[in-house]
Design a protein around this ligand. Structure first.
Ligand SMILES: [Zn+2]
Length: 304
């Protein structure tokens, strides 16, 4: 009897282990720690009078309400036009002011597709020069071309608010802007400063060496809180320490792969065997690391 009980216990345990393994291997596409999170949410940023974060699923954007109108960023409507109409409706719940500007953080569709409702509401769309040039070639039917562009920097003044748009060079894309609120000491920066996680697919079309330089420029800017384009762990905002930690991560990954690449180990040995245990506790480590290693093998093993 005891043996049967043992067997039952053993099989129950094995079943639990197998289920657990299957869950772990399938991997969380969305952050698994927040199962009860609503589809979308609008939150005023703590300590500000007029700065808001609109989140839809795992993308988010910042909007600022001024005396004379609203400055919004990133429509985040790729594959889901309802996210954009929801975004506009959420702004209208907060203020009757018209939406004057829509700023694209960079040219990737998951952040900027679907902007037509903003355009229809009268917004002027602004992006970096390189974003406009790229979008003009791609002619994505869901993505509205910018009306105006930024080269190195531009300040938008609306009502009593100033917003600074700065280009800090090549990084995750060739068109990333830092959108800074000097009074609130807040920046909005998307994908090139992941908050406490491994970048993964964000590496695909990146410029790894220049990326490090652009992070140093962000560190040199005057700000205290970072609103990322994907929520940080638990929805938290980024800090200066996050930027420094991420810069150190890129430098560590780059240095490790450079040694291996020069020993002839790109692609397979690096992609299949290399680990960066110092970062194993960061969210997305397992899923993201292969993309990081592949990008650095491209750099140090092939020269691109
Ligand atoms: Zn991106």
């Amino acid at each position: 009897m005891l043996r049967i009980l043992h067997s039952i216990t053993y099989y129950a345990l094995m079943a639990a282990v197998l289920v657990g393994t299957a869950q772990a291997q399938s991997g969380p596409v969305q952050p698994a720690a927040q199962p009860s999170r609503p589809t979308f949410e609008t939150k005023k940023v703590e300590g500000t009078d007029n700065v808001y974060i609109f989140r839809y699923q795992n993308h988010q954007a910042m909007f600022v309400v001024t005396r004379d109108g609203v400055i919004a960023t990133d429509p985040i409507g790729y594959g889901r036009p309802q996210a954009v109409t929801t975004y506009v409706a959420e702004i209208k719940k907060v203020t009757k002011q018209p939406i004057k500007y829509l700023i694209y953080s960079h040219h990737h569709f998951d952040h900027i597709a679907g902007g037509k409702p903003f355009k229809d509401a009268g917004a002027t769309i602004i992006a970096h020069n390189n974003a406009k040039a790229r979008l003009a070639v791609l002619q994505d039917p869901a993505t509205v071309l910018p009306d105006e562009t930024v080269d190195t920097s531009r300040t938008i003044k609306l009502g009593d608010t100033s917003i600074e748009l700065s280009y800090v060079g090549l990084n995750h894309s060739d068109s990333s802007l830092v959108i800074r609120l000097p009074h609130e000491k807040i920046i909005f920066a998307v994908d090139f400063i992941p908050v406490g996680s491994i970048p993964g697919r964000a590496m695909i079309d990146s410029y790894p060496l220049e990326w490090e330089e652009s992070l140093k420029k962000v560190i040199a800017m005057d700000w205290e809180r970072l609103i990322p384009g994907h929520p940080g762990p638990g929805g938290r905002l980024g800090t200066r320490e996050d930027v420094q930690n991420f810069l150190t991560f890129l430098q560590d990954a780059s240095a490790e792969v450079r040694v291996a690449a020069r020993a002839g180990k790109c692609w397979d040995p690096v992609e299949k065997e290399m680990k960066l245990p110092k970062y194993a506790h960061w969210p997305e480590y397992e899923q993201g690391l292969p993309f990081v290693l592949r990008r650095y093998c491209g750099l140090w093993g092939r020269g691109f």
